[in-house]
Design a protein around this ligand. Structure first.
Ligand SMILES: Nc1ncnc2c1ncn2[C@@H]1O[C@H](COP(=O)(O)OP(=O)(O)OP(=O)(O)O)[C@@H](O)[C@H]1O
Length: 243
């Protein structure tokens, strides 16, 4: 279980004051749930995900994973405890091949060609075309994104956090990816937290968390929250109301 208790993250603004990026956020996610975190641009979703992974150090509050307070742990220690995070814009690794990344992620040097190819196929990549490619600037943004998602699958983490996995991914690969998310959820081996604005991903969720202005404005079952989001989107726009 993931428990976030009264988490805040403040930075100094230009005038020397404090700017609250996350403000007293509390959230509990039960094991094996598929939770979609959504909300307007700049609402604080990525910051929340980075705080869970240890990439952002909260100003106050705590994060518990399976009952253990991990707030003070490093990224590496959190990864060892089964938490993994896929960046909105993944880094490239010059000098490393796709095969190397998959082996590093899985922690197994004996990963078979078959297994490596399966991870790539699950994100819509033709394995033989990519397995020996270097993860450098020669790969497109969408390719790097999918390779990173494949490494998260290879890691077999207990908590998988994906930051806008749909970004830059073509329609065909996206269909493959949503099917992979569905399978992961059905397997019930991991808790999935996916930051997304995509209706097809939101549709897979058990629960939706709406983050806006650094706070959680809504959280509940998809069936309850999604119609509210759609209604608010329309009612918040005078043009749409009149139409
Ligand atoms: N270190 C920082 N210093 C100043 N502002 C920051 C810092 N980190 C984040 N922000 C600001 O906090 C807000 C929340 O950022 P965040 O990336 O978490 O939003 P988001 O909900 O993921 O947005 P998007 O949907 O556009 O990806 C943004 O306005 C961002 O500019």
């Amino acid at each position: 279980m993931l428990e976030i208790r009264h988490l805040s993250y403040q930075v100094s603004d230009e005038s020397g004051g404090e700017l609250g990026i996350l403000n007293d956020v509390s959230l509990t996610i039960a094991d094996h749930k598929f939770v979609v975190v959504t909300g307007p641009n700049g609402g604080g979703k990525t910051t929340l995900a980075k705080a869970i992974m240890g990439l952002v150090k909260p100003t106050s509050g705590s994060i518990l994973w399976n009952g253990e307070d991990i707030t003070g742990l490093s990224i590496t220690d959190r990864a060892r405890k089964g938490i993994s995070y896929g960046f909105q814009q993944p880094p490239r690794f010059k000098g490393l091949r796709v095969r190397d990344l998959l082996e590093l992620a899985s922690g197994r040097q004996d990963l078979s060609h078959e297994e490596e190819c399966q991870y790539l196929t699950r994100v819509g990549l033709c394995a033989n075309d990519y397995i020996d490619r270097e993860v450098d600037a020669s790969l497109s943004g969408g390719e790097v994104k999918r390779i990173e998602i494949a490494t998260i699958l290879a890691r077999s983490a207990g908590l998988m956090i994906f930051d806008e996995p749909e970004a830059g991914i073509d329609l065909w690969s996206f269909s493959r990816l949503t099917e992979t998310f569905r399978q992961l959820h059905d397997e019930k081996s991991a808790t999935l937290v996916v930051i997304s604005h995509q209706e097809r991903i939101i549709d897979l969720a058990d629960e939706i968390v709406m983050v806006s202005g650094g706070v959680i404005t809504q959280h509940g079952p998809k069936e309850e929250i999604f119609p509210q989001i759609l209604a608010n989107t329309v009612s918040g726009c005078s043009y749409m109301k009149e139409a």
